[in-house]
Design a protein. Sequence first.
Length: 319
Amino acid sequence: MTHRVVVLARHGVIPFELSIPARIFGAARTADGRQLYDVRTCGLAAGTVRTDADFDVVVPHGPEALTGADTVVIPASYETTSVSRDGRLPAELAAAFERIEQKTRLVSICTGAFALAAAGRLDGRPATTHWRSTGRFAELFPQVKLDPDVLFVDDGDILTSAGVAAGIDLCLHIVRRDFGTAVANRAARRCLVPPWRDGGQAQYVDQPVPEAAAPTTAGARTWALARLDQPLTLDDLASQQAMSVRTFTRRFRQENGVSPGQWLIQQRVDRARHLLEDSDLTVDEVARRCGFGTTASMRQHLRASLGVSPSGYRRTFRS
């Protein structure tokens, strides 16, 4: 059985964001080429949907396609077409949401999060949206735990992404979560995009450059990736760039959107996923090669990041 994804296109939809689910999920296939997702596009009514570009799109399905979907994706439309000034859904969009079953996974790309929040689906939950819209979002929906710094938020059955290309990151993350790293990497290669991007939105927000020709932390990251099996300290990383710990930490967060410690943990988790999927190494050996030190430490970090134990991950995603 393929996983059924329905993309809801609304008037004012941004064509790039609208195309992301079909492109990424359509590229997710088994090693022998079998498609893993069935992607359909619907509107609030079948027919022509206006975009924010100089062309319209014609969608074959109306809102009835939302019923029975495994995943529903809400791509970006301008916020003013998503919700009213007081943060309420237009009646037609509210009726469409009522067709979505409780078990269905919800995904938003960019300002599609406004629609999820206006429908009450994000109350008390973490979420993100495009950095330029975070101020208005926080004003309209103070009950949502907005994180303006990340590329996407995975809260289990509801996932939200930041703007534009962050929708690609989120869809690849979903493929990785559903079918494993190998499938996600193949999809990324087919689409000529990186399977994972480090950091958050902070690296893309306009801000003054500290000084011309300022050194970056790229050398330290490259050095660390070649030594993930070793204990690495903040002093070690800073010394690679000949910076003080304070300067290095500040510049690292500016460039990557996360702290050096958070970045190291993510790299070790990613390395562990690859080894658990594609090698016969014992779980203890995987933990050692990834620099976790102990199996218990790796188990703790995988549960925090993926919600599953190393052995459980291997059983699910072993190639």
